[in-house]
Write a protein that binds this ligand. Structure first.
Ligand code: GDP
Length: 306
């Protein structure tokens, strides 16, 4: 994960800041190299410019030249700025405070939405919850069956782990419009004694008005407590525009970045908060149900800086 960027930062540390002899030119050159590394990692251009400006001001202002360990101090400055870029105001990933919590997952087709619904269900079951999965992606016919399989597999996994029967119910009603499916799922969850409802909504290959209208209607009818935009970290700069539009039109609470296991670059993780104003909450790191991690800005900065 993020190999390119962490290798590059490693080189920069060694090339520019390893020796005791450090001067303003070293710093300027090191910062230039960081700028290039971030741009090559597909970090949003505006984000790179802001970060570089802040690092430069601090590095030159903190009198690195006179510092005993200028390299370490420089890395600390970069670390701080990376954390600031990515951090969430509330450290709690997914606060559950009500008897019934509704989580709405949105995103483009292929982003990993359905898979992430299953992963999130597992994450919540591990915390003692009883989720109901709702198959409201009627756009992609295979999505309903896929969610049912995920629910069944997850139920079997948990039953085996606990040594007692555990079911992960999946509600589907393919004949109904998605807003009705989602609305109807709520009393069903209450009856079933589920305390979480996870809505797997439809995506499209590209954003269109019909999709946004459908999602807004679901939002209005179900009043979700959390709306997460599922984003494929491999889709590069275009994904930022989609994230922005989803946020402007649907008002998301956070982002789940998927496929980080195949993402050597890391641009999305570094850009999304600055671009949308909404933090990354979770990351997908594989296809399996347990391949979901909480996103922590400081840990990510550590990974990048090596
Ligand atoms: P949807 O159309 O948004 O519902 O996307 P799917 O959930 O069907 O996922 C699309 C593909 O991405 C599937 O082959 C998933 O197995 C894969 N996928 C989803 N999340 C991850 C992830 O975190 N890592 C990897 N490597 N693959 C993922």
């Amino acid at each position: 994960m993020f190999k390119t960027l962490s290798n590059k930062f490693y080189d920069i540390k060694n090339n520019f800041f390893s020796s005791g002899k450090i001067n303003e030119k070293n710093i300027q050159d090191g910062i230039k190299a960081i700028e290039e590394a971030l741009i090559n990692a597909d970090v949003n251009f505006r984000v790179v410019k802001g970060l570089v400006k802040r690092v430069k001001e601090k590095a030159l202002g903190e009198e690195l030249i006179k510092s005993v360990k200028p390299g370490d101090q420089f890395v600390q400055i970069v670390h701080y700025e990376l954390v600031e870029l990515m951090k969430s105001d509330d450290e709690e990933r997914l606060p559950i405070t009500k008897d019934l919590t509704v989580i709405m997952m949105v995103g483009l087709q292929g982003s990993g939405k359905t898979t992430t619904c299953g992963k999130l269900a597992r994450y919540l079951i591990k915390k003692g919850h009883r989720p109901l999965l709702v198959a409201a992606d009627t756009q992609r016919p295979a999505a309903i069956e896929q969610l049912k399989v995920l629910g069944k597999t997850l139920g079997e996994q948990i039953s085996e782990e606990r040594g007692e029967d555990f079911e992960v119910p999946v509600y589907s009603a393919p004949q109904d419009p998605p807003p009705k499916i989602c609305k109807d799922a709520i009393p069903i969850a209450k009856e079933n004694n589920n305390d979480i409802v996870i809505l797997d909504t439809a995506g499209r290959l590209h954003i269109d008005d019909a999709l946004m209208d459908e999602l807004l209607s679901i939002r209005k009818k179900t009043k979700p407590d959390h709306v997460f935009f599922v984003m494929d970290s491999m889709t590069g700069q275009n994904a930022f525009d989609s994230a922005k539009i989803f946020n402007e039109q649907i008002n998301i609470d956070g982002v789940v970045l998927t496929k980080l296991d195949s993402d050597a670059k890391g641009g999305a993780a570094l850009s999304i908060k600055e671009v949308t104003g909404k933090p990354v909450k979770f990351v997908g790191v594989g296809e399996k149900l347990d391949a979901l991690e909480e996103f922590h800005a400081d840990r990510m900065a550590n990974r990048i800086l090596g």
